[in-house]
Design a binder for this molecule. Structure first.
Ligand code: PLP
Length: 446
């Protein structure tokens, strides 16, 4: 159909994260509308959105209160900026709310529009701060292999995934990467989780010593790795890592872009894993992705040298037209209020045992290898076939037929449903996965 949305999409758009030539042939699935945990394609077929869009639609689709707040704010003050000694209510209100609900030592918020922008800014702030402290040599940033922090030049460099580096001339040479805490894949024979975590920390320390502790400013980490394939930290991991960072005066940036706002069963994963970051990065569930919005939360200790420096040189020369956008921050505040009112953090904690045990049961399927997760974030590992990643891709495709969307990353099927999901819907989602596994197994046996 030359005028169909599918055909016009192929004709007029260049998409992110696809093989362009393949896309020109296959096109994409047009999603038309959403309702609760469901989305509907252009043929009217219904899917459970098992990844909440891109790990982000906490409130599900069609939350009218967010639409109403956006409409009201658009009429009252659709735009204003936060530059040059100007400010506005929605940004103030959301900053106050975030400071109130986050760990006590994080005392200030700054807004951007995406996770990448936020992480990019944090890198710049870290460099600015090192200059302010008279330590211009302390600039290197440690990321982790398989870590994901976005795709802008600096954030994409901290990211540790080859797809985001290859042919982009990344990473920048100030960015270095330490090991992934992937206990399931990387543990040695008989190694306990705690011993594995100690080995990860020892490798980090070795790298710091080899590079020179005085050259390293910060480490970035997702409390639970998301886009790397839902890699849950093994026992003791964050305690061991934080002890090393503290020893060498290296800042810790907790990238809670996926984990924040209840995903792990607590408001922030830093609470789940006892992490005390200098900077916390938030996005996605901050607005349920109804508006582009991200925030960084910083401690006084992080802020003070930056404030002194900008005083000395006259201005903190960074900001976006949309920093703290009034419609985005108004929607963000309403979104956080609804998360609280509906006790969606509690819902995640209450449904986690069911969610994780259904995943563990699925892991017993002949096609599956293992499962892992925390809160309402989990992965089912599929046994590899001859062609790498083909097995999980086949199961993910079969799941689409059963009306379940997930994300296949390597051999892992990743699940991160809207936080409003019910017990019944968790069961329906995993029933669909079970049927898909059976169908793929039968087709392969035939
Ligand atoms: N950080 C983490 C942990 C993420 O998962 C993502 C996106 O998936 C980002 C940063 C980048 O966010 P954005 O896509 O909004 O730039």
């Amino acid at each position: 159909q030359p005028n169909s949305p599918e055909a016009r999409d192929i004709a007029y758009q260049m998409h992110p994260m696809v093989d362009q030539r393949r896309y020109e042939k296959t096109g994409g699935l047009v999603i038309e509308r959403g309702e609760g945990v469901y989305v509907f394609d252009s043929s009217g077929k219904r899917y459970i959105e098992g990844l909440a869009g891109l790990w982000s639609v906490a409130l599900g689709f069609g939350e009218k209160r967010l639409a109403d707040v956006a409409y009201e704010q658009m009429q009252k003050l659709p735009y204003y900026h936060t530059f040059a000694y100007r400010t506005h209510g929605p940004a103030i209100d959301l900053a106050e709310k975030l400071v109130q609900i986050s760990p006590e030592h994080l005392t200030r918020a700054h807004f951007t529009s995406s996770g990448s922008e936020a992480n990019d800014l944090v890198v710049k702030m870290i460099w600015y701060r090192s200059n302010a402290l008279g330590k211009p040599e302390k600039k290197k940033i440690i990321g982790r292999i398989k870590g994901y922090h976005g795709v802008t030049i600096a954030a994409g460099s901290v990211t540790g995934l080859p797809n985001n580096h290859r042919s982009f001339d990344l990473p920048l040479d100030r960015m270095i990467h330490t090991l992934t805490p992937d206990y399931w894949r990387e543990a040695q024979e008989g190694e306990s989780e705690l011993d594995f975590s100690k080995r990860m920390a020892a490798a980090l320390e070795e790298m710091i010593l080899a590079e020179g502790p005085d050259t390293i400013a910060a480490m970035f980490g997702e409390p639970v790795m998301g886009a790397g394939g839902v890699i849950v930290p093994p026992e003791g991991y964050w305690a061991e890592i934080q002890a090393v960072l503290k020893k060498y005066d290296i800042l810790l940036v907790a990238d809670e872009v996926i984990c924040g706002f209840g995903r792990t069963g607590k408001m922030f994963a830093c609470e789940t894993y006892d992490i005390r970051p200098d900077v916390m990065v938030l996005s996605k569930q901050i607005s349920s992705s109804y508006m582009p919005l991200s925030a960084i939360l910083i401690s006084d200790d992080f802020y003070e040298p930056i404030a002194d420096e900008s005083h000395k040189i006259g201005v903190f020369g960074h900001g976006y037209t949309a920093s703290g956008h009034p419609v985005a921050t108004a929607v963000g505040l309403e979104n956080v209020k609804i998360i609280e009112e509906k006790d969606l953090v509690g819902n995640a904690a209450r449904l986690a045992p069911l969610f994780l045990s259904r995943l563990a049961d699925l892991a017993k399927h002949p096609l599956a290898a293992a499962s892992r997760g925390v809160g309402l974030l989990g992965a089912l590992e599929i046994k590899p076939w001859e062609t790498p990643n083909a097995a999980a891709a086949a199961v993910a495709e079969a799941m689409m037929e059963e009306g379940v969307i997930c994300r296949n990353i390597g051999e892992a099927l990743c699940f991160c449903p809207p936080l409003i999901i019910t017990e019944e819907q968790v069961n329906a989602m995993f029933d669909g996965v079970a049927t898909a596994l059976d169908k793929v197994a039968a087709a392969r046996a035939a």
